[in-house]
Design a protein around this ligand. Sequence first.
Ligand code: DHB
Length: 313
Amino acid sequence: MVSTATQIATFTFDNCLMNAAGVYCMTKEELLAIDASLAGSFVTKTGTLEARSGNPEPRYKATKLGSINSMGLPNHGFAYYLDFVTELQQKPNSKQHFLSLVGLSPEDTHTILKTVQQSDYQGLVELNLSCPNVPGKPQIAYDFEATDLILKEIFQYYTKPLGIKLPPYFDMVHFDQAAAIFNQYPLSFVNCVNSIGNGLVLDDEQVVIKPKNGFGGIGGAYIKPTALANVHAFYQRLKPSIAIIGTGGVASGRDAFEHILCGASMVQIGTALQQEGPEIFQRITTELKAIMSEKGYETLADFRGKLHYLSCG
Ligand code: DHB
């Protein structure tokens, strides 16, 4: 029997596949559709202190190889998502979920997390340190000092399970520096990667999305090699108590298999879910299980992180 069950901290999931934040997760109805699918979990749209309508449209465009977006954090406010995951958690046999959160300032982030700390919610939080699309707000995780400080402050009061969503890094020294910071904190997971920030897609002589003169986060097939590199770099550097969630360019069972081989314990699907809808979880689970049976793997632990290198000399 081949199983794609997995674990993050003390939380268990029947399937390692789920949505990526931003896709199919804005409303309770969308989240319920993911919950009812073969996905092992869902993550909510990143909730901010107050509800936001986001950037002007068009703000998402699918392309042949993926997508570009500059949504600008449209969301119903963190309380909408907190109430919903808390309500689901009280149902017998409920799946475990991820509540994605971030403030537009460190003060907002602390206000949000203090509310979650005091709430009845006992599940996982994914703190989004990597939104590239709010004009004037840099991606927090590209500023190592700011990242270290916010984590230091958070873990002075926050005692529930928390992980972070990261932007892609592109330099070995940055992997070392970022991992050295994350290893100082009781993080449950890191999620690699958010979109590659601030790309440009053209159609004839024109950009394809309205905000920021067309600049937006790139997802889909374009980003898989970057995503796999980030998953593996952090798998090699982080203490074993910090699980890795792999996100970026997953549109097939083979893509999910590669993320797990690089070290992912859970695999999120963004652009391809946007294209295909929640039935994608059935297809990719079937494809992943077929690869596992062909190779004689029964569980993810049989191959997670066991990437083969070419030997030197
Ligand atoms: C948005 C995009 C992101 O990549 C992210 O991490 C958070 C929000 C957005 O534009 O809504």
